[in-house]
Design a protein around this ligand. Structure first.
Ligand code: MLT
Length: 265
């Protein structure tokens, strides 16, 4: 689906009834990573999966973005869709950074949080330098250059080797990213604040999910979030890497459905 808000095109998926469940994709991806989730979880919730600005079908206007701006974009879309009640806000990787920013900005609109393959801390000095190198790569070689470097790290090594169809699906998703969208996301991730205080401050029910074989964000980051978030549970999916929602969709959906079922609505 597509909508236009203040002349900005926004791609999104919306299916199901009941408790709103917002699915925020990672970088450099789009809402299609959540297909298995909206297909299954729309039986339990009203699933909304937006494309972040500059990704998938969402347009990008030249403007500086920070991680909070992506959260503001999501709030604006939910308002336009008449979703005013608190939602379960689920983000994978960069989507998790955005979900934490959303909790900071709009705590009254958050019923619960799902943090998948993500972390609460900011970029290290080396991490920031890596973002600058990726910005240069995106300018030189576009989304294809970024996809070539990132693809082998997105999946568990055994899935990368044994699931060529999945690899090609992820590549196709990455190739739809726009260069301005990639650069804005890299800049926003590089400069994002430490969200440890956010997890310590709020007692929002939180499900932390990760893949045992995540090569980009190690399991120890999820364990640290489990320690910080006092009302949280941690699920580590075997045979899954950074894209746990695509690599182990049934196990991911089971954990998410159980979590949603236990929430008051
Ligand atoms: C993502 O998957 O969203 C990114 O790899 C996260 C990051 O680079 O920090």
């Amino acid at each position: 689906m597509i909508t236009t808000l203040r002349e900005r095109v926004i791609g999104y998926e919306m299916q199901g009834e009941g408790m709103p469940l917002v699915l925020i994709h990672g970088y450099p991806l789009n809402r299609q990573i959540w297909q298995a989730q909206w297909e299954a979880l729309s039986a339990h919730a009203r699933v909304v999966a937006p494309d972040l600005r500059g990704f998938g079908e969402s347009s990008f206007e030249e403007r500086a973005m920070d991680i909070e701006s992506y959260a503001e974009d999501i709030r604006e879309l939910l308002e336009a869709l008449d979703i005013h009640e608190p939602a379960v806000v689920c983000g994978l990787s960069m989507g998790g950074y955005v979900a934490l920013a959303y909790l900071r900005r709009f705590p009254e609109h958050v019923a619960a949080l799902v943090l998948a393959n993500t972390k609460m801390g900011p970029d290290s000095i080396e991490g920031k330098a890596g973002r600058d190198r990726s910005i240069a790569l995106a300018k030189e070689k576009g989304a294809a250059g970024i996809a070539e470097v990132m693809l082998p790290k997105m999946l568990a090594p055994q899935n990368y080797a044994a699931k060529p169809e999945l690899v090609e699906r992820v590549r196709a998703i990455m190739l739809t990213a726009s260069v301005p969208g990639i650069i804005a996301a890299l800049t926003a991730m590089r400069d994002r604040p430490d969200s440890t205080g956010t997890l310590l401050e709020f007692s929002t029910p939180t499900l932390i999910i990760t893949g045992a074989d995540d090569q980009l964000i190690p399991v120890s980051e999820s364990e640290a979030m489990k320690q910080a978030a006092r009302n949280s549970q941690l699920v580590i999916l075997p045979d899954a890497g950074h894209l746990s929602c695509m690599e182990q969709p049934e196990a991911f959906n089971h954990a998410l459905a159980e979590f949603i079922r236990a929430l008051p609505y």
